[in-house]
Design a protein around this ligand. Sequence first.
Ligand SMILES: [Zn+2]
Length: 135
Amino acid sequence: MALLRFEVSRSEVYRTLLKQIFNSSVVINIFLGKNSAAFVDSADQWTFDFDDLLSLPIDPVTVRIHDHHREHNPKLCSTSGELKCGVTQGELLLHILEERYYMGRAGRGYTEAHLRCLSPGSYQNQYRKELGLQS
Ligand SMILES: [Zn+2]
């Protein structure tokens, strides 16, 4: 899988998460299939449609922030007028790996695993920081 190889080559967070998964006893099931999920994956059926990832960019998108929006959003005040944003192919793939890793550990359901991926300090948020994105 070229995307996984690419992300491992550019991201220390990817390498760390994969080492943690490989060094654990957790088995992650991912059933690949075109149109096997409404969008990208289904946590209920453990399916994954890789083609859906292709609708996302490889790298974050840089957008120009209008002064009006910067005045009303303190998080944007420190920016120079441009902001890196968006969700990348690598971020979504990492989210799925992290989420399924947590789901594979005893007693953790989808909702808890999903929210943990979105919480501060998660692999997903560390990865976003690596790419220069706000998390
Ligand atoms: Zn999720």
